[in-house]
Structures are given as C-alpha cells and as structure tokens.
Write a protein that binds this ligand. Structure first.
Ligand SMILES: [Zn+2]
Length: 385
C-alpha cells in the first residue's frame, strides 16, 4: 500500500496508461479483450483495489474500502453480451460500479504474456528461477531494426537497445551500422516536438542506425527505443531477417507460461508442499500426479488454466508442470505418454501473486493508494475427505 499527496489528481486515463505500458494490449490472445470495462478516462482515482475476479462480494468490499477503481485479472464481461441490464448478474455488477463511481479494468492474457507478468509473479512466489517462456509470444527468428535518431542521442539509444538484448552476432556484441543524413518533419496541432515548432517544417541531422535482435525480444527493444529516443514519435522499421537467431537470454522474453528451474532439487512431495505454502489457502488445496519421490529440477508453470499446454510441456525437459484446472483424461494421457509430474492448484490461487506485482507497478508510478484484497476468489467452499 502507498499513499502520497499530489497537486495533480490521478485519473483513470493515467492508470490505464501505466497498465498498458507494462501489459500491452497487443500481447493479449486474439480471443481476449482486456482493458477498461467501465468508467470514464477523466474520472479522478484515489484508491485502487486489486482482485483476481470481480464478484459481488469483491465489489462490495472494494466500495467499503473507498476504492474508486478495481483492477482484476479476469474480465467481467468475457462472452459476448447483448445486455448489461441491472437484472442480469454481470449487468448488476456494472451498474453498481458505475453508480458508485468506481471504474473497472482488467489485464488478462496481456498480463499472462507480458514479462514481468503473471507467470513471473508465480515463479517468484514458488522460488523458481525463470529461464524462458513456455511458448514465446513472437516466433523464433531474427529482426533487423532501422531507427532514425538525432546524432546527439545515438549512444543513448544504442546503449538501451544493447542492454535489451540487441546487437549480438555470434561471438560479437554491440554490433550496429550507422549512416548520417537529414530528417524532416512538420509538427501538427497537439504535437509537443523535441525540436522545432508546431506548423514549422523542421530539418534535423539524424543518424540511421541498424542492428539485429531476436524476434522474441521485439517488445523489449521497442520499449528500449521509446524510453531512450528523444522524439515524441520515434521513427523505426523492423525487417524480418531470414538468418536464424543466435542463442540469447530468453528469461525476459514475453510469452505464455515459463520454463523455470529450482535453485536446488526437490522431490515432487516437497515441491507440492512448497506450492501449497506459497499460494493462498483454498479449501481443496493443491494436488499432484506422478511419483511423490520423483526429483524435480526443471519446472514448467502456467498461471490459470494451462491444460492445453500439456503437449507443449511434454516436448520440454521439464520434470513437473504447475498449472490449474487440470482434468482427468488429459492428465492420464500425459502420464501414460511419458510425462512425469503435474501439480494442479486452484485457478485463482495461481494468478493471485500477480496482484501484488500490478499494485506495486501502480504505486511506483502514480500517487494513489493501492490495496490487494486478501481474499482468494476460488469459488469452492467445501472439501470432504
Ligand atoms: Zn485465469
């Protein structure tokens, strides 16, 4: 939680910008629709509450706590809807939030695929060291980047993109090509140009710099350019090289799930206990399939329902797959086909660690109060035997 005063009120727009910088909407799966669910961009926000799901109980707790925004992982409206009438379950939630002046926002598969994202938070909670995404967001391969930069800022941009993983060729690092020339632009109304004035044609001595980078790092390289380039609208092109990408550190590459390693091997029994200890309590706890004495070193994880990745995990060297919502036949088939161990947690529990990451992100960037609700929104309430 953080509180600080500020002369300029924080708005829903500010919160959306911070969230979508860290969890770009372009990272979302095609079937998903994360983002602002309800609320107005100019509304002032003073307190944000975080929860995996928005249930009627969560909304009442949030409103009682004085929240004027709730950020969830799961969308409130997921399937297509044709009504948000107040006599429907989802419609009543939306009505209640709007009437109370509380904005609703969700970061779903965009937060799953971002790095850091849901699975980095899960890995941290389980004491795992992330090695790479289970399924990289961008296909394998190499990009050639072409960026136009004012000469004075070439070293800064180069330093930023090299730090993000660009410019490596075989045994060489910081590889780059540069040619100098003249760029021009005419700033339009509302522009806030680094050089020149609105309405005036401006010429600038610029360098065209080129470098290569693994395609899997495309998002990180874009971020590095935007952070180091002085222009409001940096100009760059990405060309897809036919050359194979060299080996690189994939631990910060975006994508679904993660391949991780334990700092020290544990048996399946020990690791299952660790998972149960690290995640919020649920009535039916954590269950595992496989030999309880099997030694676990490499671990695949996927916060939320990751059963569709069983075949993908099978092709890796992971000793164990931690995910949620696993079903009888897929797990049985997985084990019979040579898969070793799986650990099944409550869905909301495996995504819960991300809430603190998102709350810290907001608190580090905006003068608002943040609070992660302690309640895990797993719907199961009883477990017998
Ligand atoms: Zn989920």
């Amino acid at each position: 939680m953080s509180v600080s005063g500020s002369a300029t009120p924080v708005t829903v727009r500010d919160v959306v910008e911070v969230m979508e910088e860290a969890y770009p909407l372009s990272f979302a799966e095609k079937w998903d629709h994360p983002g602002l669910i309800s609320g107005a961009l100019d509304d002032v926000v003073e307190k944000i509450v975080f929860s995996v799901d928005l249930t009627p109980q969560v909304l009442e707790i949030a409103l009682s706590a004085g929240a004027d925004m709730v950020i969830t992982h799961h969308p409130v409206l997921f399937k297509a809807v044709h009504t948000v009438a107040a006599n429907t379950p989802k419609g009543s939630l939306i009505h209640r939030a709007i009437q109370a002046g509380c904005a609703l926002y969700c970061a779903h598969t965009n937060a799953d695929n971002a790095c850091p994202g849901v699975n980095d938070a899960l890995a941290d909670a389980l004491g795992l060291i992330v090695e790479r995404p289970l399924v990289p967001l961008n296909p394998e391969g190499l990009d050639r980047w072409v960026v136009h930069v004012p000469g004075s800022h070439v070293p800064a941009v180069q330093e930023a993109v090299f730090a993000a993983g660009a410019g490596k060729l075989g045994d060489y690092s910081e590889c780059s090509f540069r040619v100098d020339g003249t760029g021009q632009f005419r700033p339009q109304d509302n522009a806030q140009p680094y050089a020149g004035s609105v309405g005036q044609l401006k010429s600038v001595m610029e360098a065209r710099i080129e470098f290569v980078a693994p395609r899997a790092l495309r998002a990180s390289i874009k971020d590095a350019i935007n952070a180091s380039h002085p222009y409001e609208e940096p100009s760059y092109d990405i060309l897809e090289s036919q050359a194979p990408a060299p080996a690189f550190d994939q631990s910060t590459a975006p994508g679904s799930g993660k391949i991780c390693r334990l700092p020290e091997p544990l048996t399946l029994r020990e690791f299952t206990d660790r998972v149960a200890d690290a995640l919020p309590d649920t009535v039916w706890g954590v269950r595992a399939a496989g030999d309880p004495g099997h030694i676990i070193e490499k671990v695949a994880i996927c916060g939320g329902a990751g059963g569709s990745y069983l075949d993908t995990v099978m092709k890796t060297d992971a000793d164990c797959f931690v995910t949620s919502d696993l079903r009888h036949h897929p797990v049985d088939d997985y084990l019979q086909a040579g898969g070793t161990c799986v650990i099944d947690t409550a869905h909301a529990a495996s995504e819960y660690p991300w809430l603190a990451q998102a709350a810290d992100l907001i608190a580090d960037n905006l003068a608002v109060t943040t609070e992660v609700l302690p309640a895990c929104t797993d719907p199961w309430t009883l477990h017998s035997k």
